[in-house]
Design a protein around this ligand. Structure first.
Ligand SMILES: *[C@@H]1O[C@H](CO)[C@@H](O)[C@H](O)[C@H]1NC(C)=O
Ligand SMILES: *[C@@H]1O[C@H](CO)[C@@H](O)[C@H](O)[C@H]1NC(C)=O
Ligand SMILES: *[C@@H]1O[C@H](CO)[C@@H](O)[C@H](O)[C@H]1NC(C)=O
Ligand SMILES: *[C@@H]1O[C@H](CO)[C@@H](O)[C@H](O)[C@H]1NC(C)=O
Ligand SMILES: *[C@@H]1O[C@H](CO)[C@@H](O)[C@H](O)[C@H]1NC(C)=O
Ligand SMILES: *[C@@H]1O[C@H](CO)[C@@H](O)[C@H](O)[C@H]1NC(C)=O
Ligand SMILES: *[C@@H]1O[C@H](CO)[C@@H](O)[C@H](O)[C@H]1NC(C)=O
Length: 526
């Protein structure tokens, strides 16, 4: 798609918006031919081992390694976030020594106590998701590889104990959860509102916990909170069909703004709509309908091509119906999510649009001095909004030449070991089998390895457009283990039951932290 002319891009947009999506019965479709690249997969495993060894030596059982100073941080309540986030990655890599260390640790976590406030969302996607995925892998496709000690039962017991402490979050007038909690005893922080990502990125994990324990209360709580996002009101909360505002009142479930996008604060609400349908199409058909509405509106209203690089496609953000041409590294999961929707619903137009978004995010990597994409970037669009209108400014003078060549300019050049671009390469590869996506993932991994590798692990960096990254922030995020290393590995690894499938044979769906959760029926169904 990179060589599309302006006319080609317009024709593509027309083709994509031409028909509205109706879920067709599944057609049989052959899986692409995947090629294993052992050498690359092993290099990623080596990076995992380096990161784990640094963490285990200097930070475990705290949350995160400070690799430059060989220190630690308890940024996620001190329950060993990196260990739990590394769990499912160690399992799919077959790192049995590390698996053994984490298996022995999990039963010892004291999920009843923490000195800090607790984020319902972060705790759900990292800890609950990490435990549930480990449980599903060990009791499923890896049942022959991991001996079932009492520690395996403890994984689910600990997940339930954690959820039992978190569930007070939903004790609001509306049932929309409070994202901020305190423990010992569990109590709400007292927020007035919550955002759609932090409300809408619980339902996979909490539903799975109910399905595994046979206790329906967890799924029911998350689904009640989500119900206000599936039927948003008032009208302010839905500026485009399926595309929502951000903040919702806890007292009555009403939206208080109409500002949104596919980036942080909103992102994984959209992501989980299609993933819930993949998890169980019988229970979550409405989630599919809402994803289709959001996807169709995004293609129709948000698809944007930079003035200097009309071959590229990004999604605009919105304030009510006013567009803003800004995006984020976080938003770059969108290509992968459109591809997953295309595969799941047998709608190639979503896959094609997703691949175009993947090209756009790839450009944010290949354009910088380090070969890594920035945290926040912007562009100008001459076809959707008058040039230089207040919501369509040009680049800062110092970045004019960069914008001419790259099609975006950098608002925030940090890279904090985020996964989304690699995540979308992974879905693109699994959908197409095109080895160029493996090459892109390998190039990104090598760039990250060359720039972020420091001291006892890997660190956040300050500026992707300075050679060497402009300095380290001395922090190794737990999602480095869960996400970056997992996607970087899986795209080169042999096919396996937990890999994303293109032929309706998925056994797992990845939560937003890349923890593979077993689908409800054990295997994808129509
Ligand atoms: C798990 O064990 C099976 C059977 O021994 C083996 O074929 C497979 O490669 C192992 N899985 C991993 C991830 O090492
Ligand atoms: C977990 O496994 C380790 C090693 O096998 C064992 O020493 C420990 O007692 C187990 N813990 C629990 C709670 O079962
Ligand atoms: C909770 O943890 C903190 C920090 O580790 C500790 O100081 C405190 O005594 C603990 N409280 C309980 C009730 O365990
Ligand atoms: C829910 O909150 C109400 C008051 O806001 C309180 O009386 C009640 O005990 C709480 N229930 C639970 C299960 O925490
Ligand atoms: C969005 O619309 C509402 C209702 O008309 C208005 O109060 C609000 O200021 C608008 N927000 C923005 C960012 O324009
Ligand atoms: C960017 O491109 C425009 C249009 O081609 C040109 O007028 C301008 O001089 C270029 N700016 C830089 C800094 O290269
Ligand atoms: C990663 O970086 C280390 C240290 O600089 C180097 O030894 C290793 O070869 C690199 N790996 C890859 C795959 O580039």
């Amino acid at each position: 798609m990179r060589s599309l002319s302006v006319r080609g891009a317009a024709a593509l947009l027309l083709a994509l918006t031409g028909s509205s999506a109706v879920a067709a019965p599944h057609q049989s479709r052959a899986a692409p031919r995947y090629v294993t690249n052992r050498q690359r997969a092993d290099a990623v495993k080596d990076a995992f081992q380096v990161s784990w060894d640094g963490y285990y030596k200097y930070a475990f059982p705290h949350d995160s390694l400070r690799p430059v100073t060989n220190g630690y941080a308890d940024d996620r309540n001190g329950w060993g976030a990196s260990a739990v986030d590394a769990f499912s990655t160690a399992l799919v890599m077959g790192k049995w020594d590390v698996v053994g260390q984490i298996l022995a640790y999990v039963p010892t976590i004291n999920f009843d106590n923490t000195t800090d406030s607790v984020s319902l969302f972060e705790t759900t996607i990292r800890y609950l998701g990490g435990l549930l995925a480990a449980h599903d892998l060990i009791t499923g496709p890896l049942s022959d590889n991991v001996s079932k000690t009492a520690n395996v039962t403890a994984i689910l017991t600990q997940a339930k104990r954690l959820a039992d402490n978190l569930k007070v979050a939903f004790n609001t007038t509306s049932g929309v959860p409070d994202n901020n909690l305190y423990f010992n005893p569990p109590r709400r922080g007292g927020s007035d509102t919550n955002g759609i990502a932090t409300i809408g990125t619980l339902v996979l994990e909490w539903t799975r916990l109910s399905d595994l324990t046979g206790d329906p209360q967890y799924g029911a709580l998350a689904q009640k909170g989500e119900s206000y996002l599936l039927s948003p009101s008032p009208a302010l909360g839905q500026p485009f069909p399926g595309l929502l505002g951000t903040n919702v009142r806890l007292s009555d479930g009403q939206f208080v703004d109409g500002n949104g996008g596919w980036g942080g604060g909103d992102d994984s609400f959209y992501e989980y709509l299609i993933k819930m349908y993949l998890y169980d199409p019988q229970r979550f058909a409405k989630y599919r309908d809402r994803w289709v509405a959001a996807a169709d509106s995004s293609i129709k209203y948000l698809a944007s091509h930079p003035t200097t690089r009309p071959d590229l496609t990004y999604l605009a953000m919105w304030q009510n119906t006013t567009l803003r041409f800004t995006s984020q590294h976080l938003a770059c999961f969108n290509g992968g999510n459109f591809i997953l929707g295309g595969l799941t619903l047998d709608e190639p137009r979503y896959t094609r649009f997703g691949l175009a978004l993947v090209d756009g995010c790839h450009d944010t990597y290949t354009s910088t001095a380090t070969g890594i994409g920035p945290e926040i970037f912007s562009w100008q669009d001459a076809s959707l909004v008058p040039l230089n209108a207040p919501n369509n400014p040009g680049p800062p003078a110092a970045q004019a030449a960069f914008y001419n060549a790259s099609g975006f300019w950098i608002d925030n050049g940090a890279y904090v070991l985020r996964p989304e671009v690699l995540e979308s390469y992974y879905y693109a590869y699994r959908a197409t089998g095109d080895p160029k996506y493996q090459d892109w993932a390998w190039a990104a991994f090598q760039a990250i390895n060359a720039t972020c590798r420091v001291g006892s692990g890997y660190s956040d960096i300050k500026d992707v457009n300075k050679p060497g990254g402009g300095g380290f922030d001395d922090f190794q995020e737990s999602f480095w283990f869960a996400e970056v290393l997992k996607y970087s590995y899986l795209i080169h690894a042999e096919d396996a039951p937990w890999q994303v499938k293109a032929d309706h044979t998925n056994q797992f769906v990845f939560n937003t932290e890349a923890h593979p959760i077993r689908v409800a029926g054990g295997q994808e169904r129509a």
